[in-house]
Design a protein around this ligand. Structure first.
Ligand code: ATP
Ligand code: MG
Length: 506
C-alpha cells in the first residue's frame, strides 16, 4: 500500500565551493514510515537534510510539501510547514537550562504576556518523561553528558509536533536502554502518521527500525532498499562501493604485564549526592583491549576523564606499569603516556577553524621537535599518513576542520591522539558517527596497536563493538564495577545487555 507522500525532494544539488555535497538527489518521505538515509562519512546526508529543514537556502532543485513547491528561508519556515530536525552536532545553548532550550524563541506566555515558567517546566517534564530520561528541567544543558543532551534535543523536536521529523544520528551517544526507549517513541510517531528520516551509522538500528532506506555515495543516490530485502552487508556494500572486509580482527594471545591498575577509584558524582565507598577497581594489561559498558550516568566517562587528569577530585589509587600516578591535567597525562579520545568532539581540543594539519601538529609537537624545531616535512608526512590510514575524506590537509563532515572530524580526533604514541589509550565512544568502512579500519588499527603492546580502555554504548573488539568487558553501574565478561565466551550481545539489567552476577 502506498501511503501519502509528505515531502519530496527533486533533483537537489548543493556545492560548498568546489565540493559537490549533493548531486541531483531525489528523496521522498511518506506518512507513517521510517526512511533511513545511509552513506559513508561525507556522502552528503546531513547536507541533504539541511536543505529539507530550511537550514541551507542556497541549493538547486525543488522541495515539495503536500504537493506544493516551497522555498524555506530558515528552520522556522520549515517548522511552520511541519518539518523539524535533530542535528548531528547538537545546537543546544550550554548556558541555558533544559526547559529554556526546549522552548527557546517560543516560550509559553501567561494572559499578562509574561513568561509562564510553570507551564514551561510542566511541559518539559512531560516531554522528558516521554523520552525516558529523569532530569531536572532547570539544569543548565552545559552540565549534561552528550547522551543526555541528545535526549534533550529529541524532547525538543517532539515538542514541535512535526509531521516530518529528521533525526541525524540521534543515538550516537546512547546505550541500549535509551535507544529502546527512543524506538518506542518513534513507533508511536509512526503510528500517528508522522514520517521520520533516520540517519545512523549503527547498522543494527537500521535493521530494527527502518521501513526503507536510501543510500548516498559521493552525493548521489546509489541504492534504495525495502526493509524486507535489505541486509546489513548489502547496505554497507552500497555505501562504500565494495564489500566490507572483516569487521573485527584481534588476536588476544599477545598480552603482557599489567599496565594499568585502578583500585577503589571514587569520583564525586554530579547526579546523585550519594558517595559510593567501593568505587571502581580494574586492570588493563599491555596488549589488552578492555571494554567499559554501562548506561548513561554509570561512571564510564568520569573514569576516563579522571585517568586523563580532566576530571574533578577523586580518591583511590592509579598505577601505571606498577608506579603510582596522579594525573593532574591532560598535559601531564600525555607526558605519562596516556591519550584520550573524548565522547564530545567539542571538548577534544580540536580547533574547528584551524586546518587539519595545524590541529595534528599540536599533538605531535612535543614528540617530534628536535632542538626546539619541528620539521615542516615531518609535520606534513605524519599528517598525510594519518589522513590516509584512517581514510579521512578531505580536499587538502590545509582545509579547516569545520569543512569536514561529522564522522571525518571524529577520525581526525582519533588520528591525532595516536600520533602522541601513548602506552595507554583511553577511548570514549571513539567510533561515534563513523561509517562502517572506517569503523572496520579503526578496529583493525586498534588490534594492531594492542599487538604492539599498547593497552586500550574502550567505553562504548555499541554492544557489537564491545563484543567484537574487546578481550574483556567490565560493566559499570553507579560508579562501581558490577560485572566482568570475557567476550570470547559472551559472544552474543544479548548476554551483555542482560548484564546491564538489575540482576547482575559478579
Ligand atoms: N560547511 C561546509 N563547508 C565546506 N564543506 C562542507 C561543509 N559542510 C559539509 N561539507 C562537505 O560536504 C560533503 C558532505 O558533507 P555532509 O556533512 O553532508 O556528510 P554526511 O553524509 O552527513 O557525513 P557524516 O556521516 O560524516 O556526518 C563533505 O565532503 C563535507 O566535507
Ligand atoms: Mg552528517
Amino acid at each position: 500500500m502506498d501511503s501519502v507522500v509528505l515531502v519530496e525532494l527533486a533533483a537537489i544539488s548543493k556545492s560548498y565551493g568546489g565540493v559537490r555535497a549533493c548531486r541531483n538527489v531525489d528523496f521522498a518521505v511518506r506518512a507513517g514510515e521510517v526512511h533511513a538515509l545511509l552513506g559513508e562519512n561525507g556522502a552528503g546526508k546531513s547536507t541533504l537534510m539541511r536543505v529539507l529543514s530550511g537550514d541551507l537556502a542556497d541549493y538547486e532543485g525543488t522541495v515539495t510539501v503536500d504537493g506544493q513547491p516551497v522555498r524555506f528561508h530558515g528552520p522556522a519556515d520549515a517548522q511552520r510547514a511541519g518539518i523539524a530536525m535533530i542535528h548531528q552536532e547538537l545546537d543546544l545553548v550550554p548556558g541555558l537550562s533544559v526547559a529554556d532550550n526546549i522552548f527557546l524563541g517560543r516560550e509559553p506566555r501567561t494572559r499578562l504576556r509574561t513568561l509562564d515558567r510553570r507551564a514551561m517546566l510542566r511541559e518539559t517534564r512531560n516531554l522528558l518523561r516521554r523520552t525516558g530520561i529523569d532530569l531536572d528541567p532547570r539544569r543548565p544543558v552545559g552540565d549534561l553528558r552528550t547522551g543526555e543532551q541528545q535526549l534533550v534535543s529529541i524532547a525538543k523536536a517532539l515538542s514541535l509536533d512535526a509531521k516530518v521529523l529528521i533525526m541525524d544520528e540521534p543515538t550516537s551517544a546512547l546505550s541500549v536502554a535509551e535507544v529502546d526507549r527512543m524506538f518506542t517513541v518513534i513507533t508511536e510517531l509512526r503510528r500517528a502518521g508522522a514520517g521520520i528520516v533516520y540517519i545512523s551509522h549503527r547498522m543494527d538500528e537500521i535493521g530494527r527500525i527502518a521501513d526503507r532506506a536510501t543510500v548516498l555515495r559521493n552525493g548521489s543516490v546509489v541504492a534504495q532498499f525495502d526493509a524486507r530485502e535489505m541486509t546489513a552487508e548489502g547496505a554497507a556494500e552500497a555505501m562504500i562501493g565494495r564489500p566490507v572486509q572483516t569487521m573485527f580482527a584481534h588476536d588476544p594471545a599477545a598480552q603482557g604485564a599489567t599496565l594499568l591498575e585502578v583500585d577503589g577509584l571514587v569520583v564525586p558524582r554530579h547526579r546523585s549526592g550519594r558517595r559510593d565507598p567501593a568505587g571502581i577497581s580494574l586492570t588493563v594489561r599491555h596488549g589488552e583491549i578492555v571494554g567499559l559498558a554501562g548506561l548513561l550516568g554509570s561512571g564510564r566517562t568520569e573514569l576516563l576523564e579522571t585517568l586523563f587528569g580532566a576530571g574533578g577530585s577523586w580518591r583511590g589509587s592509579i598505577r601505571l606499569d606498577g608506579k603510582p600516578i596522579r594525573p593532574r591535567s591532560p598535559r601531564h597525562a600525555v607526558r605519562l603516556g596516556l591519550a584520550f579520545v573524548p565522547e564530545d568532539r567539542r571538548i577534544s581540543g580540536l580547533a574547528l577553524d584551524h586546518s587539519v594539519l595545524a590541529n595534528t601538529v599540536l599533538s605531535i609537537v612535543d614528540r617530534i621537535a628536535r632542538f626546539g624545531v619541528v620539521s615542516r616535512r615531518q609535520e606534513m608526512s605524519e599528517t598525510t599518513r594519518m589522513v590516509h590510514d584512517l581514510r579521512v575524506k578531505l580536499g587538502s590537509v590545509r582545509d579547516p576542520v569545520s569543512a569536514l563532515s561529522g564522522g571525518n572530524q571524529q577520525k581526525v580526533v582519533f588520528g591525532r591522539m595516536l600520533l602522541t604514541e601513548p602506552s595507554l589509550l583511553l577511548l570514549d565512544e571513539p567510533t561515534r558517527g563513523v561509517d562502517v568502512g572506517a569503523k572496520a579500519e579503526i578496529y583493525q588499527l586498534l588490534g594492531r596497536l594492542a599487538e604492539g603492546g599498547m593497552g586500550v580502555l574502550l567505553a562504548s554504548s555499541e554492544l557489537a563493538e564491545l563484543v567484537g573488539v574487546c578481550d574483556r568487558v567490565i560493566v559499570l553501574r553507579g560508579g562501581q564495577n558490577v560485572a566482568e565478561l570475557p567476550t570470547a565466551h559472551a559472544g552474543e550481545a544479548e548476554l551483555l545487555a542482560a548484564s546491564m539489567g538489575e540482576v547482575v552476577p559478579l
